[in-house]
Design a protein around this ligand. Structure first.
Ligand SMILES: Cc1cc2nc3c(=O)[nH]c(=O)nc-3n(C[C@H](O)[C@H](O)[C@H](O)COP(=O)(O)OP(=O)(O)OC[C@H]3O[C@@H](n4cnc5c(N)ncnc54)[C@H](O)[C@@H]3O)c2cc1C
Length: 286
């Protein structure tokens, strides 16, 4: 879509939607499942997740195709259909969610998508930030964080630039590679959470990534950790290094079934050859 300013904007909507439900706190206000965790029930084409709240409840989100067959929101239009779906696919959560079918039928289905624009400002008159400029799918939990980073960087540029127009232009040049990177990583995480966490090779690569981090903390930081816990590492750097790290993990696990099968010398050689130590502060300047 091209708007009045000649700016090209695309909105790529997922064919999956989401619905938020509640797993209430126990009688004493405690969490009824492990609270220091992101719970995922991957089921291939769909998944359920649960995130802890400070009041002891969990926000439970079902990600499911909007339409097409029995495993879709369109098919879950009655109490009987909802009960049967959860009993069949998520039997362990059913006893913990007493209001499940009622809540499910009352709550709306949310849509998710990625917004990309090839400019975010109109001269010095206006600039977009946050989701208006770069909405992403929510599978990395970074949409709001990316908005805060926008605010931080725009504030910094408004103080240093000669005028607003150039601040807005620098803002776009600086942030666009990072917001494109987190958009791509959020989409990749959707597939990872939904499908690959059930694959034994995936579990092996995860275990190996923690071992490589332990051995080479300055060179190998799992991509998820770079994005979630190292905010000094820009998204674009996490994305690029993540690709190299995946290559390392794939090479080391091709013929191995356990981390113990992989020669330590081979691990060390590959990591030191392919991954430079991370700079103390990865470049943030435009
Ligand atoms: C299911 C889900 C889970 C998420 N989880 C996370 C997470 O764990 N961590 C994270 O960092 N991010 C998460 N996000 C993303 C996060 O919610 C968004 O990135 C963030 O809310 C965007 O903030 P914003 O201010 O840019 O836009 P919004 O929050 O959308 O705010 C825009 C506001 O503008 C108002 N508005 C719109 N049009 C007009 C108008 N014409 N006039 C006046 N007002 C108007 C809207 O009503 C709204 O209040 C999640 C998103 C979803 C959908």
């Amino acid at each position: 879509m091209t708007g009045q300013l000649g700016v090209r904007v695309t909105e790529d909507m997922l064919e999956h939607g989401y619905k938020e439900l509640t797993l209430p706190a126990g009688r004493d206000g405690s969490h009824r499942i492990e609270r220091n965790a992101l719970h995922i029930w991957p089921r291939g084409g769909f998944m359920l997740i649960a995130l802890p709240n400070i009041d002891g409840s969990f926000t439970v989100t079902l990600f499911l195709a909007l339409k097409g067959g029995v495993e879709s929101f369109a098919a879950l239009d009655s109490r009987a259909a909802v009960d049967a779906f959860f009993a069949s696919h998520f039997p362990d959560v059913v006893p913990r969610m007493p209001g499940l079918a009622r809540e499910f039928l009352e709550r709306p289905v949310g849509r998710m998508g990625t917004v990309r624009a090839d400019a975010w400002s109109a001269g010095e008159a206006a600039v977009l930030l946050g989701d208006a400029a770069h909405a992403i799918v929510p599978f990395h939990g970074q949409g709001m964080n990316a908005c805060f980073e926008d605010c931080f960087e725009l504030d910094r540029l408004l103080r240093s630039a000669s005028d607003w127009r150039s601040a807005f232009e620098q803002f776009f040049q600086l942030r666009k590679p990072d917001t494109d990177a987190i958009a791509a990583m959020a989409l990749e995480n959707f597939l990872e959470m939904r499908d690959t966490v059930r694959d034994p090779k995936f579990m092996l690569r995860k275990e190996l990534s923690f071992e490589l981090e332990r051995r080479h903390p300055e060179r190998f930081i799992p991509r998820y950790s770079m994005v979630m816990f190292h905010h000094e590492i820009p998204y674009r750097v996490a994305f690029e290094r993540g690709r190299t790290q995946t290559d390392v993990l794939t090479r080391l696990t091709t013929t191995a079934d356990a981390v113990a099968d992989i020669p330590i010398a081979q691990m060390d050689t590959l990591v030191t050859r392919l991954l430079e130590p991370l700079p103390v502060s990865a470049a943030r300047e435009p």
